[in-house]
Design a protein around this ligand. Structure first.
Ligand code: MLT
Length: 404
C-alpha cells in the first residue's frame, strides 16, 4: 500500500504567497469595484529588455531550422552561458569561479529548495529569522526540522538567528553550531545587507566548524553601496565552505521566463567528498536543463546593450524603493531596507500583528504587502513592501497609505 511522505503533513498552512493571493482574491470578489495595488510577491512588472527579446527571437528562429535546432541541453547548461557568467559575474569582479562550477537551472527558488537533498537528514540548519520561506519549508518536506511549535511558530530542530532592528537585520553567529547555514544578502524580506568584513566572519566560522553556507545572492544587482559584497566568493576561504545561488528573475525580469544558476566550487567537500560531484549527479538525474532559447536570453543579459538596459530597469525599481521608503517615513513609519534591495521593511503601527496590518492596508488602502510573520517569528510586527510595481501604482499605493 502506498504511504505518504508525512513530513508534508507537518507543514503549517499553505505557502506564504499562496495565502496572500487567496486573501486578495477573496477581497476582490467581495469588492469588485476596488482597485487593489499589489506590492506583495516580488514579481517584476517591467517588460523584458529589448536585447533579451532580440536574443529570444533569434534563438526561436534557430530552433525552426534543422541545422541550428537543439534538443536536450548539456547537464550543467550551455557553455556559452556558463563561460559568460564565469567571466562577467565572477572573474571581472575578482572572484575565482570556473565555468564548470556553474550549474544552470530554472531559477533560485528550485535550487534553494533542492540543494538540501545532497546533505544528510541529520544536518541541523540555521536560518536568518525572518527568512525566505522556501529554505525552511523544503527542509520540513525532507524531514530535517523536527516538530512544529504552533505557539512559537518554530521548528524544534532549526536554529533561528533573529534579524531585527537591534542587529541591523544581520544575523549573529548562533550559540549552537549548525551544519548548514542559509544566508541571503541583500536580504529577502528585510532588504538588509551585510558588509564584506561581516560576511568574512561567517566564512571563517563555517570553515572552522565544518559547516556549509548556502548563500542566496538573488538580489545582488540591487546593491548600490561600495562595501557590500556581490558574491560570497569575494571572501577568502569561501570556496571551501560556500555554495552560491543566483537568479535572473530580479536583475533581468525572468520571473516568468525562469533561469538561474548555482555555484558549487570543486574544493567544497564534506567528509572528504566533493559536493560538486553530488550536485552534478543530482542535476543529471533529475533535471533536463533550462531551455536553449532561455539560456540564449540569459547570455543577452551580459551583452553591452543588455547591461545598459538592465541597469536602467534596476534603477527604475530602485526609484520606486526610494519613493516607498521616503513616503512611509514621512507617514511616520519606522522603515529600513530599500537602499541595496527592492524591499522596504516596516514596523507595523500601534503594535498591530503583521496579518492585522495586512488586512488593514487591504481594506482601508486597497494595497497589498507581505506580512513579516509569514517569513518567521521575528518578522512579527513587521511588513514587507516591494518596489517591483509600476512607478504610477507605487506612487498611488504610498499616497493612499499616507492618507490613512
Ligand atoms: C518574494 O516575493 O519573496 C519572491 O518573489 C519569491 C521568489 O522569488 O520566489
Amino acid at each position: 500500500m502506498a504511504k505518504l511522505n508525512d513530513n508534508y503533513l507537518k507543514l503549517p498552512g499553505s505557502y506564504l504567497f499562496s495565502t496572500v493571493a487567496r486573501k486578495v482574491r477573496e477581497y476582490q470578489e467581495a469588492n469588485p469595484d476596488k482597485k487593489v495595488i499589489k506590492l506583495s510577491i516580488g514579481d517584476v512588472t517591467q517588460p523584458l529588455a529589448p536585447a533579451i527579446i532580440e536574443s529570444l527571437h533569434k534563438a526561436v528562429d534557430e530552433m525552426g531550422k534543422a541545422e541550428t535546432f537543439r534538443g536536450y541541453a548539456p547537464d550543467l547548461g550551455y557553455e556559452f552561458l556558463r563561460n559568460t557568467i564565469a567571466e562577467k559575474d565572477y572573474k571581472a569582479k575578482g572572484c575565482n569561479v570556473s565555468p564548470d562550477e556553474i550549474f544552470v537551472s530554472d531559477g533560485a527558488k528550485s535550487d534553494s529548495a533542492n540543494i538540501q537533498e545532497i546533505f544528510s537528514i541529520d544536518n541541523k540548519i540555521a536560518v536568518g529569522d525572518p527568512v525566505y520561506p522556501v529554505y525552511v519549508d523544503s527542509n520540513v518536506m525532507a524531514g530535517r526540522t523536527g516538530t512544529y511549535d504552533k505557539v512559537k511558530e518554530t521548528w524544534s530542530d532549526v536554529i533561528y538567528m533573529p534579524c531585527v532592528a537591534e542587529n541591523n537585520f544581520v544575523p549573529e553567529i548562533p550559540k549552537e553550531v549548525p551544519d548548514l547555514i542559509y544566508l541571503c544578502f541583500p536580504n529577502n524580506p528585510t532588504g538588509a545587507t551585510i558588509k564584506k568584513a561581516q560576511l568574512q566572519e561567517w566564512v571563517d566560522y563555517a570553515n572552522k566548524v565544518g559547516a556549509v553556507i548556502i548563500y542566496d545572492a538573488a538580489y545582488e544587482a540591487y546593491i548600490s553601496e561600495a562595501d557590500v559584497p556581490h558574491s560570497i566568493y569575494e571572501c577568502e576561504g569561501a570556496r571551501t565552505c560556500a555554495i552560491e545561488l543566483r537568479s535572473f528573475s530580479k536583475n533581468a525580469g525572468f520571473t516568468g521566463v525562469r533561469l538561474g544558476f548555482t555555484v558549487v566550487p570543486k574544493e567544497l567537500k564534506v567528509d572528504g567528498v566533493a559536493l560538486h560531484g553530488l550536485w552534478a549527479r543530482r542535476h543529471g538525474t533529475k533535471y533536463n536543463g533550462a531551455p536553449y532559447i532561455v539560456q540564449r536570453a540569459g547570455e543577452a543579459v551580459y551583452s553591452e546593450a543588455g547591461q545598459a538596459q538592465l541597469k536602467a530597469q534596476v534603477a527604475y525599481y530602485m526609484n520606486n524603493a526610494k519613493y516607498i521608503y521616503n513616503g512611509l517615513k514621512e507617514a511616520g513609519y519606522s522603515v529600513s531596507g530599500g537602499v541595496n534591495a527592492p524591499y522596504v521593511w516596516l514596523r507595523t503601527p500601534g503594535n498591530m500583528t503583521s496579518w492585522e496590518f495586512f488586512d488593514y492596508l487591504l481594506e482601508k488602502a486597497n494595497v497589498v504587502g507581505t506580512p513579516g510573520s509569514g517569513f518567521g517569528p521575528s518578522g512579527e510586527h513587521y511588513f514587507r513592501v516591494n518596489a517591483f510595481g509600476s512607478y504610477e501604482n507605487t506612487v498611488e499605493a504610498i499616497n493612499r497609505i499616507k492618507a490613512l
